[in-house]
Design a protein around this ligand. Sequence first.
Ligand code: SF4
Length: 284
Amino acid sequence: MLEKPEWLKRTFRDNSNLNYVREMLSELHLNTICDEAMCPNYVECFSKKTATFMILGVNCTRNCRFCNVTNREPQKVDVDEPNRVAEAVSKLGLKYVVITSVTRDDLPDGGAAHFAATIRAIHKSCPDTAVEVLIPDFQGNQEALKIVADASPEVISHNIETVKSLYDQVRPQAIYERSLEVLKNIKLFAPSIRSKTGIMLGLGEKDTQVYEVMEDLRAVGCEFLTIGQYLAPSMEHYPVQEYITPEQFDRYGEIAKEKGFAFVASAPFVRSSYNAAEALEREV
Ligand code: SF4
């Protein structure tokens, strides 16, 4: 196992709102990807009173080798969850919120209607709040994507996660081209909705392959890009192959901007939902 470099060892001392956020999530019976994915930024994000809500349960129908979310029997869809997410957004006073889900290949629409209900509930109770949904690929189901787009979130995100050649090892139930197709269809079905994706580095990809992904993403009109360091949640997960230096992240960021993305965040601790509001505020 590779030893973590200095730039990945950090402590975040301000944990002022941590308990408040935790208690509220527990009272409202809501889940976050921050907890389920053991995100390294959760102290910082919770302290800023922000979190990424994970709807449709905590059990995923897929088994990606980088992800900490459990692959178990999926849970019953909780029809009141959209209202409780909206209540949490209101209590936290969020002006921008990211909603994601486990992958629900067991549902005919992949959970699209539940996403749409959540977007509508938030917009109804918090009309000034921008909503970003980080969606699964819905197995390429275009009708499902349209259901989400029709609910008019401000941003639809779908993570490409890694380079094409690593899909079989890292995301065995996903297909690189299908993920690109999802991103293409976002702009096709709803040109005014911003499209976004994220990629993790350190899985063994070559820099030329990263540039190829950037080009493929631009070719389907993807507008916002996040690039961050992959960290293995446990010894059982796909092992980290390399720690990318902060300088190299900066270089990738510059190259991505040159390739035409409207917003790029590239740094070791960047996650697709990290400081997500910035993309709409600071598009280049
Ligand atoms: S970066 Fe995203 S997933 Fe991680 S703690 Fe912050 S909001 Fe949650």
